[in-house]
Design a protein around this ligand. Structure first.
Ligand SMILES: [Zn+2]
Length: 154
């Protein structure tokens, strides 16, 4: 089947529409399906891969990402972020004696981090960047209460 890669602006708008509509989507596969269904309404040949959608959501800040991990016994290494391919930086902590302890690595762009043992992302939850999460929603506005109610199950 022929397909076309949607322009960045259309893809980011579509991601934003889907996440605002759904609030929370608990897998990248599901999120990719929803975004592609919405894209096809704009152009029947538009298609985007899960990775492109994930990276766009991160870089444009249009959806928050919760990363589910699998632990491994391999040591972590200073390499590109497996979630969004950005640079990672070392996390270090200083002990009371002034020693630097290497704790792992974290991504400079997204929530990915790993300890001294490599953690592998296995699943993603996409969450709408809704207002009212950081501060409890005001009681007087019913719409805000509904948004807040969604969060209890996120
Ligand atoms: Zn990253």
């Amino acid at each position: 089947m022929p397909y076309r890669i949607p322009p960045a602006k259309i893809l980011s708008q579509t991601i934003s529409e889907v996440i605002k509509d759904k609030g929370t989507v608990i897998s990248q596969r599901k999120f990719t399906e929803l975004v592609n269904a919405n894209l096809r309404k704009k152009d029947a040949e538009y298609a985007a891969t899960g990775e492109r959608i994930r990276r766009m959501a991160i870089f444009k800040g249009i959806a928050r990402l919760h990363i589910h991990y699998r632990d491994t016994k391999e040591p972590s290494d200073h390499e590109k972020c497996p979630v969004c391919r950005s640079e990672t930086k070392e996390i270090r902590n200083q002990t009371l004696l002034g020693e630097n302890i290497k704790l792992g690595f974290k991504c400079t762009k997204c929530p990915y981090w790993t300890g001294p043992n490599r953690r592998i992302p296995i699943r993603y939850t996409f969450i709408a960047p809704q207002k009212g999460l950081i501060e409890p929603a005001p009681k007087r506005r019913r719409k805000d209460d509904e948004q807040y109610a969604q969060w209890k199950f996120a």
